[in-house]
Design a protein around this ligand. Sequence first.
Ligand code: DP6
Length: 398
Amino acid sequence: MSVKIISKTCTGPVNIAVIKYWGKRDEKLILPINASLSGTLDQQQLRAKTTVAASAGFTKDRMWLNGQEQSLDNPRLQNVLKEIRRRARKRKSGCEDDLDMLTWRVHICSENNFPTAAGLASSAAGLACLVFSLSKLFNVDGDISDIARQGSGSACRSVYGGFVEWEMGKEKDGSDSVARQVASENHWPEMRVLILVVSADKKHVGSTAGMQTSVKTSPLLKHRAEKIVPERMQAMIEAIQKKDFESFADLTMKDSNQFHSVCLDTYPPISYMTDISHKIVRMVHAINAHFKKSVLAYTFDAGPNACLYLLEDHVPLVLGFINHFFPYDVNNEQYIRGLLSEPQKPEQKLLNDIPINPQPVGALQYIIHTKVGPGPQLLEEEHSLLDVSGMPTSLINA
Ligand code: DP6
C-alpha cells in the first residue's frame, strides 16, 4: 500500500520596492532599520511556483530549485520550517491528521517562470511562495508575512498584492515587523511596470552582505533610516492613496538615488548601477522634462536592471523612446515580453533635443512589460511539480 502524501501548489509574485529596505537591526530574525514599500508585480509575467508535500513515508526534508536538488541546510530555511510547524501546532488548527502531519518530512519543489540569472528579485517571490504553500499545507491562517520575512526580508512584502508596506516594528521578537497592504491591485489599475534587463557579466555584492557593510560604515544610512524614510513613507502612502503619480514618481526616484548613494557611502563602496543604468536615469529625466512633469519613474535594486513605473497611457511613447536610445536586434522577437503595446516613435526633433547618444544594440537584453498584481495564489492539484511518489516531475541532471 502506498503511503499517503499531502501536497499544495502555489504561485508567488516578485515585488519591486519604491521605498527601499537596506539594513538590519537583527540578522537572525531579519528585522530592518527602516520601513519600506513596494508594488507587487503580476504573476502572468513573473512568478515563482512551488509544490510542498508532506508524507510519513519521506525520510528527510528535501528541496529542488529550478530542477536541481538544493541543500536545506540553511538557517533561514530551517527557521521558516520551524516557525510554520510551531504555528500550526499552536493554533491546533485542523484535525488529528494535521497534528500527525507536523512530524512528517517535507519535499519542496520550486521553479521560476523567468531566468534567475536576470537578477530580478527571485528570492522574494520564491520565499513568499514557499511560506504561503507551507501555510496552506499545514493549515496556518492569519498573517504569514513575519514568517516570509525570516526567509528573506523583502519576501514579506510579496505575501500581499497591490502596494505593500513593511512596517519596521519595535519589538525585539519581531512580532510587529510585518507587511501590510496599503492598496489592493485594483486601486490603481492603470499602473504599469517596465523592467529593463541590462546586460551585465560583473558579479556584484549580494544584498545580505552589502547591507551589513552599509550598516557598519555608512553615516548616510543612519540619517536615512532615522530621518528620511519615516517622512517618505508617509508621503508615499498618501501619494498611492490619492493616485498622485507625480509625487509617487518623484519619491520613487529620490529613494532609489538615495539607496545607491548609501551604497557609495559604504566603505569599501558598493556600486550596483552600471553606465547603462545611469544612461537610463538620464533618459527618464529627459522624458519627464519633455512632459514638464514626472510621467515615468526609475528604481534600481542591488543590480543594474531598471524598473520603470508609469501609467498605461504613456507606455507606447516611452517604449518608443527606449527603442530609440537602446536599439535592439530586429530579429529578436522576444525583446519586449509580457503585456502587449505597440511602441510609438517620438518626433525626430524631440529626440534631437535629448543629449544622449543611442547605445549599441545589445545594451539591454530585453524588456518585461507588466503591471501591479495580486498576492500568492493556490493552484489545483493538477499543477503539482511533484509526482505521486513526491519526486519532481522534471529534473535537470547536474
Ligand atoms: C535592494 O530582501 O534580498 O532589493 O533580507 O538579506 O534577504 P535579505 O535581503 P533582501 O534585500 C532586498 C534589498 C533591495 C531593496 C528592497 O527590496 O526593499
